[in-house]
Design a protein around this ligand. Structure first.
Ligand code: CA
Length: 426
């Protein structure tokens, strides 16, 4: 008898710690390499990474609509060609192979030793080759805070904000995997509004705590994806840090929006957690008032995913600086996708849509230093006693996220990025 991959009673023959983000009910997808070998698709149970190329080579993943070559690719794009049903079938097959009682891999010493690797011996890479990356601005609290800080507290939200999911086209070339450091960017700022602009390292380097989702194939140019169809086009989610330089941003962003303040780097977590795995954590979305136009009406709700950000100074312990939740977003993923395509703009397999900074209503739930320190006027104190208004060289930013209910925990692991000094001209 087939047991559904989300069944809470399932257990794996691979050990899973009680508080792990990766029980057998997760079965996320990522790209892993070890011993200098080529990166290949993988999944994870507990702290064990499973090389899908080995299982495919044994014929254990046949009959699901995926070519064997797709399991040798350095990204998940080929596996995503089968859409929702293809990934669903693969996740179900992996669940069956890895559940206790299934001896196929468990009792095959050679395959097990080849395919299973301890997490600490593995290098994780970008999971998807992203063609286009779009960043939304879907947290009402964040948009209100930024509008208050950059413009006018009395009119913090622009008139369009409650009527459409505001977004802008980001840059795919500077997307980086967890563990890849970034360098402090240089740029043009105007700290004194009465004086000419200056050039130098940003003094207001910031994180943006976000989540992102990847798309399967969309529709041809000129067609639209409705809110009801959106779910079928969404592969899964990752944690996302949209690095930002606030002093560069506030000077450059008029009238076309952020440019060099955002495109120097954006980091994502390693494991794509499918919407199927997150289904138990779907909850009603926020009430939208005023009512949205008919093409934006949606019933996909929200997902209850606890998120946090921590900052670790060089050589020091990490301090949690923010606790928030994915459910705080005003605009849903279906609304974002429907709005993005309503003019006939095509999305493609492997596109990335990020949520925008996810801030809650309390000051400890703000998803950026800009908001947490109210643009430097209320510095944070770290565990080692140091203060931060923005992010310093040597700091490591760590994002985490997980959903939990009735003893089931599905999570994303960590997204870790260290900030290095400016690169000198060479
Ligand atoms: Ca952003």
């Amino acid at each position: 008898m087939t047991i559904p991959a989300n069944s809470p009673t399932l257990r794996s023959w691979i050990p899973v710690a009680k508080d792990s983000d990766f029980p057998i009910q997760n079965i996320p997808f990522g790209i892993a390499s070890w011993n200098g070998e080529a990166p290949v698709p993988a999944t994870r149970i507990g702290d064990t990474v499973i090389d899908l190329s080995i299982l495919a080579d044994m014929g254990l993943l046949d009959g699901l609509g995926h070519s064997r070559e797709a399991f040798l690719a350095p990204n998940l794009n080929a596996l995503m060609a089968g859409g929702k049903q293809g990934i669903r079938a693969l996740r179900q097959r992996l669940s069956e192979l890895l559940q206790e009682g299934n001896a196929t891999v468990r009792d095959d010493n050679a395959t097990r030793e080849d395919a299973l690797l301890p997490l600490d011996q593995v290098t994780m890479h970008l999971p998807v080759e992203v063609g286009d990356y779009t960043d939304f601005y879907s947290s009402r609290e964040h948009a209100t805070n930024v509008g208050s800080l950059f413009r006018d507290p009395a009119n913090a939200l622009f008139p369009n904000w409650l009527h459409l999911p505001v977004g802008y086209h980001g840059r795919a070339s500077s997307l980086i995997a967890s563990g890849t450091p970034i360098h402090r960017p240089m740029g043009q700022t105007r700290p004194d509004p009465q004086a000419p602009p200056i050039f130098g390292p940003t003094k207001q380097l910031d994180l943006e705590l976000e989540m992102g989702f990847f798309t399967f194939d969309g529709k041809p140019l000129g067609q639209r994806i409705s809110t009801a169809e959106a779910d079928e086009h969404i592969f899964g989610l990752v944690l996302f840090n949209d690095w930002s330089a606030r002093d560069i941003q506030s000077w450059e962003y008029v009238p076309l929006g952020p440019f060099l303040a955002k495109n120097f780097a954006s980091s994502m977590s390693a494991w794509v957690v499918t919407l199927d795995a997150l289904e138990p954590f779907r909850i009603p979305g926020p009430v939208q008032d005023p009512a949205v136009l008919p093409y934006l009406k949606a019933d996909d709700g929200a997902f209850d995913i606890a998120l946090e950000a921590a900052l670790a100074p060089e050589g020091g312990e990490a301090t949690t600086i923010c606790r928030t939740n994915f459910k705080h977003l005003y605009w849903s993923m279906a609304q974002q996708l429907a709005h993005h395509t309503v003019n006939g703009c095509n999305i493609r397999r492997g596109d990335l849509m990020a949520s925008g900074t996810i801030s809650g209503s309390t000051p400890d739930s703000f998803g950026s230093m800009l908001e947490l320190t109210w643009r430097g006027t209320k510095p944070l104190t770290l565990a080692n006693g140091e203060e931060r208004k923005f992010i310093a060289d040597g700091d490591t930013l760590i994002l985490r996220g997980h959903a939990q209910k009735d003893g089931l925990r599905i999570g994303f692991g960590t997204l870790s990025t260290k900030v290095l000094p400016v690169v000198p001209f060479v």
